[in-house]
Design a protein around this ligand. Structure first.
Ligand code: ZN
Length: 460
């Protein structure tokens, strides 16, 4: 049996940094067997250029992709902020059918693959039907998200969401009716997805209590415990401290800030991902970092919504882990998210190379390596590094791209993140299979046509 493949790259981003002439052996199941630097190409399959570990997109609400560019108009009052955007989003999602969501998600998944993401974590809260009742199969929407990801070939982690309240101590509003399944139903959906995952090696399943706005700490504790009883390794994701108003309301009703409250009531560990965590004070920053939980940063969405700037320096100084997500999908490329993250910090601190470190002075390289590794952790995917035992989820750059001419090692990582180089991501492998080839996906025309038909109907 000799069906394992050896790939050869002129440069590869390995856990210790960039290495030259790297041979990567991939087993038939898509797992990396051996990695060797300074290896001759010999009979190996040459990759088209430098290779990096695939990036995990740790935060997605797939349906919101269809709204990108549709919520940028000033309102008559001029009071345009996160909360007014959310009202627009609620009106939009009120009409979406499962067919619509599948069409939108498939187009999104292709765009994400082309953007260097090899896995996506769906924070799945659009679960009930248009009237707010469960579908005949309560997992209907989850199956559609899964079908879209499978068609695109991207790895997937699905987190069915628990959402019970409209805000701290407030009943849910009309716009939230499609989120409101009881905890038992959400646990049933999670169980059904887990059974499916037994025969889908690219699927992982966790849970997403929506936020402390939408779930009390008592509900959250019972839900998280039930999820962990069934699967001790299940990832748990929650939105927290995205907006100052959320922090103020949490403090006014409970006496605690959101992250402070989460840490006081839940056994947060490295299988948690706290999404946004934008408005933490210094004590929350240090305490959350110490748990090993991943900060789920969504830089272009946070910029688009006017959320604020994450306390990145304090977080990194405390040893905090971070990954990136595209959340509402106003951006779909991994390098663009990292660039936005870095630039927000530069603007705030009047410094450069904020994401770099003494060990890895290349900003682009340091940001990509850290986000790929911790993103995989948050998604419970066996990826995030080009190393034996990890899955061969790989991003291959176009070695013939003019912007890479004469550039070696760290300069390649910085070019990817900071240089204007359209088309630099050339091939994308998921579990050793090329799903993007020379910038194209095999089903992209059919997927785009279906998406366009869906959009015309939705916007008619
Ligand atoms: Zn979100």
């Amino acid at each position: 049996m000799t069906d394992r493949t050896t790939l050869h790259a002129p440069w590869a981003l390995l856990p210790g940094g960039w290495a030259r002439d790297v041979a990567i052996t991939v087993a038939p199941d898509g797992t990396i067997g051996a990695v060797a630097a300074d290896a001759p190409c010999g009979s190996a399959v040459p990759l088209a250029g430098p290779v990096l570990p695939g990036m995990t997109n740790l935060h997605s609400h797939a349906f919101q992709y269809a709204m990108a560019g549709l919520a940028e108009t000033r309102s008559p009052s001029g009071e345009d902020h996160f909360w007014s955007w959310r009202e627009t989003m609620y009106r939009f999602l009120a009409r979406l059918t499962p067919d619509d969501v599948e069409a939108i998600a498939a187009q999104l998944c292709v765009a994400l693959l082309k953007g260097g993401f090899t896995a996506v974590v769906e924070f799945h809260y659009l679960q009930a039907d248009i009237a707010g009742a469960p579908y005949a199969d309560p997992a209907e929407m989850a199956w559609r998200i899964l079908a879209a990801a499978r068609q695109a070939g991207i790895a997937r982690t699905i987190l069915p969401s628990l959402y019970r309240h409209g805000g701290f101590g407030r009943p849910p509003g009309e716009g939230q009716r499609r989120f409101l399944l009881p905890a038992e139903s959400v646990l049933d959906i999670i169980a059904a997805l887990r059974r499916e995952a037994a025969s889908d090696p690219l699927l992982r399943v966790g849970a997403a209590p929506h936020s402390l706005r939408a779930v009390t700490v008592e509900e959250l504790g019972a839900f998280a415990a039930a999820v962990r009883r069934a699967d001790p390794a299940a990832p748990l994701h929650i939105h927290a401290a995205e907006q100052p108003r959320e922090v103020e309301e949490c403090r006014a009703t409970t006496g605690q800030r959101p992250v402070e409250r989460l840490l006081a009531h839940l056994p947060v560990d490295r299988r948690w991902c706290v999404v946004h965590a934008t408005h933490m004070d210094a004590a929350e920053t240090a305490a959350l970092a110490a748990t090993g939980a991943v900060a789920g940063l969504c830089p272009t969405t946070e910029g688009n919504l006017g959320d604020g700037v994450f306390p990145f320096l304090g977080w990194r100084a405390a040893g905090g882990a971070f990954g990136i997500g595209t959340d509402s999908h106003v951006g779909t490329d991994a390098a663009g998210e990292l660039r936005m993250l870095e630039y927000a910090q530069r603007l705030r601190h009047l410094r450069r190379a904020v994401g770099a470190s003494p060990e890895q002075p290349s900003s682009g390289t340091a940001l990509w390596s850290a986000a790929a590794s911790s993103g995989a952790q948050a998604a419970a995917q066996p990826t995030g590094a080009i190393a034996p035992g990890r899955r061969a989820d790989l991003v291959v750059l176009d070695g013939a791209h003019p912007m890479l001419a004469g550039r070696d090692g760290a300069a390649i990582g910085d070019t990817l993140v900071f240089a204007p180089a359209p088309g630099l991501v050339r091939d994308v492998h998921v579990a050793g299979r090329r799903v993007i080839v020379a910038g194209h996906h095999a089903d992209e025309e059919a997927i785009a046509t279906r998406f366009a038909v869906t959009m015309r109907c939705l916007l008619a």
